[in-house]
Design a protein around this ligand. Structure first.
Ligand code: ATP
Ligand code: MG
Ligand code: MG
Ligand code: MG
Length: 438
């Protein structure tokens, strides 16, 4: 992409309304624009990152055996009356009336709708286990939308729903999501710690929030430091096998959010030098809730003995539009964002130090073509302006590699590469530069 043809409305000043660094940087880097309280447009650069985050989530959901579909944002209130949640949900739900005065709502979550899909088509125990997910916009009329897309009113959620014959099988489904989540966040460069969370009226220990430690996090969290260094289950993890050992291993170390923390357990189970008491951002939440929806909504299958069985369900959420700022909270410096390669909007930025100079333009065009041929998604800063501004933009938008080409280097056939993360610079023959980035 040539920057002269792109849409990258970067801001020089830090907008006053942004309280935390990720919100400031998303506005300054031209990633998002606020449209109303808690509602944002995703501008091209932000949208590219958001898409990369979604692709990673999809790959790991699919790998774990979940199946993707897409449900609408606007739902009928009738389904929610069946589960009893239409009245119970409260003010966070945006209620709408259509022209026939029918009660509709903008979905804050999809348990009812997915249960309706399930009961329409699935009849036999032989069709289980089943896990269906989608990535769709949600609306929650948050009391205090803030921090940009970290807590917005309209936000994207990946929500998966598992259906099983009994608690044991539902627990195995829970373990699959638990492991998929560990892998998902790690692939984005994040250290997300699964922490025991409030499992509501069902009780039990099958509810975990995945938390990223950050000073700007909205909840207080308590955990064993060793959880921050634990190796992530590898790519070849067998999702058809028994994942309980992985789950037991991770949950054997103490970790809980403020709603759940037991101070006595925290101090007795965690040695003093391992106690982490910090702030955290909830980026994912997994939950087993048994027959909470299948019972009132009559989602049953016929068992092997011919008897009707209410299915055991779980739901599993991740917030892609929250993850983007969460990644920035973890990876930035005074000059701007430092994207992990896996979610970077472009892999490299080609900086032409003397746009308008025939030889430099020609060399850059050739390198830009070579980058494309090598499958590297590069941004080409071909703008007619000073080097200082180009470096500032490149640092601000956080592209992992800056490939710098100017008349002086060209004379000796050399390019410079700056690694955004480490600040390290290297000079190398132009011919090797593309290979170095790949
Ligand atoms: P929070 O405690 O932050 O209000 P939640 O517990 O209400 O979140 P869940 O119902 O567990 O959220 O939804 C699953 C995921 O959706 C969350 O873990 C989070 O990543 C994301 N999410 C929830 N609310 C928002 C929001 N207002 N803005 C952006 N992402 C959100
Ligand atoms: Mg909430
Ligand atoms: Mg929460
Ligand atoms: Mg939650």
């Amino acid at each position: 992409m040539r920057l002269s043809q792109y849409f990258l409305p970067v801001l020089k000043e830090t907008p006053k309304e942004a309280e935390i660094v990720s919100h400031q940087l998303m506005l300054r880097a031209g990633m998002i624009k606020q449209q109303a309280a808690g509602s944002y447009s995703w501008l091209p650069l932000g949208f590219k990152v958001l898409n990369k985050v979604q692709r990673i989530i999809e790959e790991e959901q699919n790998r774990s055996g979940a199946v993707q579909l897409l449900m609408p944002t606007i739902q009928s209130a009738d389904l929610w009356r069946e589960s009893g949640r239409y009245d119970a949900y409260g003010k966070e739900m945006l209620r709408i009336k259509d022209r026939h005065e029918r009660d509709m709502l903008y979905g804050p979550t999809n348990e009812e709708m997915i249960t309706d899909i399930f009961r329409t088509y699935v009849r036999s125990y032989k069709d289980l286990p089943l896990n269906l997910y989608h990535i769709q916009w949600k609306f929650r009329d948050e009391v205090r939308p803030r921090f940009g897309t970290m807590r917005s009113r309209e936000f994207l959620m990946k929500d998966a729903y598992s259906f099983d014959l009994d608690k044991e099988s539902a627990t195995a489904a829970y373990y699959r999501m638990f492991v998929a989540y560990l892998r998902t966040f790690a692939r984005m460069g994040l250290t997300a710690v699964p922490m025991q969370a409030d499992s509501g009226p069902i009780g039990g220990d099958l509810s975990h929030e995945f938390i990223i430690l950050a000073d700007t996090g909205e909840s207080a969290v308590f955990c064993n430091k060793d959880l921050l260094e634990k190796p992530i289950p590898p790519l070849d993890t067998d999702f058809r096998g028994d994942l309980e050992p992985i789950f037991r291993d991770w949950t054997s170390l103490y970790a809980a959010t403020e709603e759940m923390v037991d101070e006595d357990r925290f101090t007795s189970e965690v040695p003093e030098d391992k106690r982490v008491s910090a702030r955290g951002i909830e980026v994912g939440h997994i939950f087993y809730f048994g027959t909470k929806y299948s019972k009132p909504m009559k989602a049953t299958v016929t068992g092997a003995d011919g008897k009707e069985i209410e299915v055991h369900m779980g739901s599993y959420g991740i917030g892609p539009t929250r993850l983007v700022p969460a990644i920035i909270e973890a990876f930035h410096d005074d000059a701007g964002i430092i994207w992990p390669v896996s979610v970077a909007p472009f892999e490299a930025v080609l900086i032409n130090l003397k746009a308008g100079d025939e030889a430099t333009d020609a060399a850059c065009a050739e390198i830009y073509a070579a980058l494309a041929a090598a499958g590297i998604d590069a941004l080409y800063d071909d703008r007619d302006m000073g080097a200082g501004g180009k470096f500032a933009t490149a640092d601000l938008i956080g592209i992992p590699y800056q490939l710098i080409i100017g008349p002086r280097g060209l004379k000796s056939g050399e390019a410079e590469i700056k690694h955004r993360g480490t600040g390290e610079r290297e000079t190398l023959p132009i011919a090797d530069a593309v290979e170095r980035i790949r």
